[in-house]
Design a protein around this ligand. Structure first.
Ligand code: NAP
Length: 485
């Protein structure tokens, strides 16, 4: 019998009012139910907000360094369970065990970093033009905040939203993705084991249409942080229009890696394989377009093909596996649909392109890493997010052409360049339309202590992570204090 996981509302583990549950299925072995989760509705979200609003004044009154201590304790608890939590993540999301353990470690680091922010939540003092007047700013929490997260980083993203929200003195209602709710459950559990007061952190599972919608419609909501698809993010933005609720949307990407003629091609091919195929290409920062200067296009493609053919696809729990399954049948169908579209539009399939079958592959949603050559900018494979292990190769005539190709999409999340030409690298940094820019590194692989976010259609609102995160979760108060009368 699969384990039953409950909502956490007001410090209690409770069933959804509906009495219904939904299964969390292992995408590498679909006969395994990882757990049963609560199929909640608006009544449960209302109970969570009641708890969050009630708990908020006392939580905000606690000195910030002491709020941070709960994060430090939870980090210890998570660290003591790292191996188990990594394995659970692989079972629910499909990424390989080293990737899962790395993500749990990242969540732990995020808790530690923001635990420390409790003692570093700086505001500033500014000179007054009047005599004996002392001016400074204060940070105040917003109140009860709603967090809606995707399945692809089921621990890191909930961690990088809840940690700054909590340390800033807000209380939280979090709805994780229905495809991977267990990893966020473990974070919430660790904070309760660390002794966080009842009602400060509430966890409610259920579909986006019911639980997600009830969060954004709730009158007590003071801020909403969402990560997910552009389609849903844009819907949420329209629904929130006219309300005085702070929102932050982190959405999709169509991230390019530009390879210039002076690049070390072996190194460039490694960067492309890592950026495009690891985590099954299911990263918002995954590279989905390789834009290569004509002079080195052919030899780079050769190297890329050799490296891609060596990748091992399989159950991420096994050793030596590079790429796990697609997260579910819908994502697999989307990957295959885009492969079909690309072929029909005239892109040349170099390798991959099919669902893997036979043996263990029949139990899950496995797909080969796929390379397309001869991709041109008007093709859908060059413009739309696939979110799978599919890389489009495009030829650039020169550096300016590479910049034109890199920027000719509606997205602007991450972008990278592989080159030793310092002048070109700086021009790239100046001209690329992306929030996250990497040089001689994959498009993916960002760190928690730096601001994170995109431009154009990829993001809306303030940055997440690093020192920027506290700006979203706090409001500035300005004080003018005359110390004589
Ligand atoms: P999604 O379908 O947009 O779902 C994201 C979250 O929104 C889930 O919790 C989902 O709930 C919820 N949701 C769905 N419909 C909703 C509604 N009508 N109202 C309120 N909430 C709703 O995205 P996904 O498939 O989980 O994640 C993949 C996408 O996330 C990709 O586009 C990827 O690029 C993007 N992403 C972006 C970043 C970034 O930082 N920029 C990071 C990671 C992923 P259910 O799970 O119950 O449907």
């Amino acid at each position: 019998m699969p384990t039953l996981f409950l909502n956490t509302i007001n410090g209690q583990c409770v069933n959804a009012k509906s009495g219904r549950t939904f299964p969390n299925i292992n995408p590498a072995s679909t006969d395994e139910v990882v757990g049963l989760f609560q199929d909640s509705g608006s009544e449960d979200v209302h109970a969570a907000f009641d708890a969050a609003t009630h708990a908020q004044p006392a939580w905000a009154a606690l000195p910030a360094p002491r709020r941070g201590e709960y994060l430090f304790k939870a980090a210890e608890i998570l660290e003591s369970r790292l191996a188990k939590l990594g394995e659970e993540m692989t079972r629910e999301e499909g990424k390989t065990l080293p990737e899962s353990k790395g993500e749990v470690k990242r969540a732990i680091n995020i808790f530690r970093y923001f635990g420390g922010e409790g003692a570093r939540a700086f505001s500033y003092q500014i000179p007054s033009e009047r005599e004996n007047v002392f001016c400074y700013t204060l940070r105040k929490p917003l109140g009860a905040v709603g967090l809606i997260t995707p399945w692809n980083f089921p621990s890191a993203i909930p961690a990088w939203k809840m940690a700054p929200a909590l340390v800033a003195g807000n209380t939280v209602v979090i709805k994780p993705a229905s495809l991977a709710p267990l990893s966020a459950y473990r974070l919430v559990e660790s904070l309760h084991e660390a002794g966080i007061p009842a009602g400060v952190l509430n966890y409610v599972t259920g579909s986006g249409g019911s639980v997600g919608n009830a969060i954004l419609e709730h009158p007590a909501l003071r801020a909403l942080s969402f990560t997910g698809s552009c389609e849903v993010g844009n819907q949420l933005q329209r629904k929130m229009a006219g309300r005085k609720v702070r929102i932050q949307l982190e959405m999709g990407g169509k991230n390019p890696t530009v390879v210039l003629r002076d690049a070390d091609l072996d190194y460039a091919a490694d960067i492309l394989v890592n950026g495009a195929f690891f985590s099954t290409g299911q990263k918002c920062t995954a590279c989905s377009r390789a834009i290569v200067e004509k002079a080195v296009y052919e030899p780079l493609v050769e190297k890329l093909l050799t490296k891609t053919r060596k990748l091992k696809v399989g159950n991420g729990l096994e050793t030596g596996i590079d790429i796990g399954p697609a997260v579910d049948s819908n994502q697999l169908e989307t990957d295959l649909k885009y492969i079909e579209i690309a072929r029909n539009e005239g892109a040349q399939l170099l390798c991959g392109g099919t669902r893997l079958t036979g043996g263990i592959y029949d139990k899950g949603y496995f797909i080969e890493p796929t390379l397309f050559a001869g991709v041109t900018p008007e093709m859908r494979i060059a413009q739309e997010e696939v979110f799978g292990p599919v890389l489009a190769l495009m030829v650039a005539h020169d550096f300016d052409d590479a910049m034109r190709l890199a920027n000719c999409v509606k997205f602007g999340l991450s972008a990278s360049i592989v080159s030793r030409d310092l002048a070109r690298v700086h021009q790239f940094i100046n001209r690329i339309e992306a929030g996250l820019i990497t040089v001689n590194l994959p498009t993916a692989g960002v760190e928690y202590q730096l601001p994170f976010g995109g431009t154009k259609e990829s993001s809306f609102g303030m940055r997440e992570q690093g020192p920027a995160a506290l700006d979203f979760y706090t409001e500035t108060r300005t004080v003018y204090l005359k110390y004589t009368q």
